[in-house]
Design a protein around this ligand. Sequence first.
Ligand SMILES: *Cc1c(COP(=O)(O)O)cnc(C)c1O
Length: 388
Amino acid sequence: MPNAKPFKKQTLLAHDQRHENGAVSTPIYQSSLFTFSDYDSMIARFRGESDQPLYSRVDNPTVKVLQDKVAELEGGEACLAFSSGMAAISNAILSVATPGAKVVCINHVYPDTYRFLRGFCLRFGIETEFVDGDDPEAIRAALPGASLLYLESPSSWVMSEQNLIQLATLAREAGVTTIIDNSWASPLFQQPLACGIDIVVHSASKYISGHSDVVAGLVIANKQHIAHISRHISPFLGGKLSAQEASLLMRGLRTLPLRMKQHHASALALAKKLHEHPLVTDVYHPGLQPPSWSTLTGYSGLFSFAVAESVDIPQLCNALQLFHMGVSWGGFESLVMPAISVINQDSEFNSAVDFGVSPRLIRISVGLEDTEDLWADLQQALTAATHA
Ligand SMILES: *Cc1c(COP(=O)(O)O)cnc(C)c1O
């Protein structure tokens, strides 16, 4: 019997289709290639008349189950899974921007996306103009002649939200394709395709995995665009996801709604408390003063705050006991990263320097530990690191 109503996301994620022998978990097809039962079916596959799996660089049944689930979750037609978020991002960008193309990108973008556009793409004659994501007029002015508008909302380090509905409209009017990095919000807290954005990318290494044991990426778009990437880009760059890791991502998806609820509650509570703290000068959390046009329906666990000059940042990092120092975010464990580490990063192109991230900024990824314990840890570390 067909469903009267489509399932809610939590049901979609907790309820897998059943598999062979009644298995509730998708089998891991640990096979590089798939053989044909007869000559005709082999020829049909090469002619594109069948979708029997051929070779795991191109298609794998375990990865396909994940892709179908994620496409539905993002409200998109199709999805491709990659071996990292950067593989997803580079495939998506190169699927739109060809040599000679112009890209418009927000300035506080993920640092390796910045380097990809500033360095790698420029070598192929793809030029990027970086603009303030808060300034729709600047974006409107930059769009004529561009092929791609690249967004990341909220942005890296300063967590500033872009007006997706407005920017998608401006881009469409200018004939410009839009990509958004939706890793921060996850498909649960922001649905960019419904706002008119063309292509969504994720670092699935963050919330979608949630267990800090996978590096993976996803691209969601309409069928034609995913077919274009599958045919003309991804087979040659070769960065497809493995079946093992697809299985780990499906494990992560089952608890995504429960985890996001906790990250939302804990991080928002800590952001509000830090906002009141005398040693904290600024808090960068999109939930503290959301704009009226906000398209976020919840907030994840990553945000940043600036500390007063009297706080010694190295001492603060060393004094924290529950927040460990480390890159990445979105896992079960709480993490801390001072902005000074990326400001001092040895790299040719540095968005934190070029767009002025404050060296007083501290970024935390709020994990799944008890909120009161996390607050006590932040308080004791701020006190221990402060000098009159
Ligand atoms: C981590 C991250 C990426 C890159 O993803 P990987 O899985 O590390 O390749 C892209 N965008 C954002 C916002 C990220 O935080």
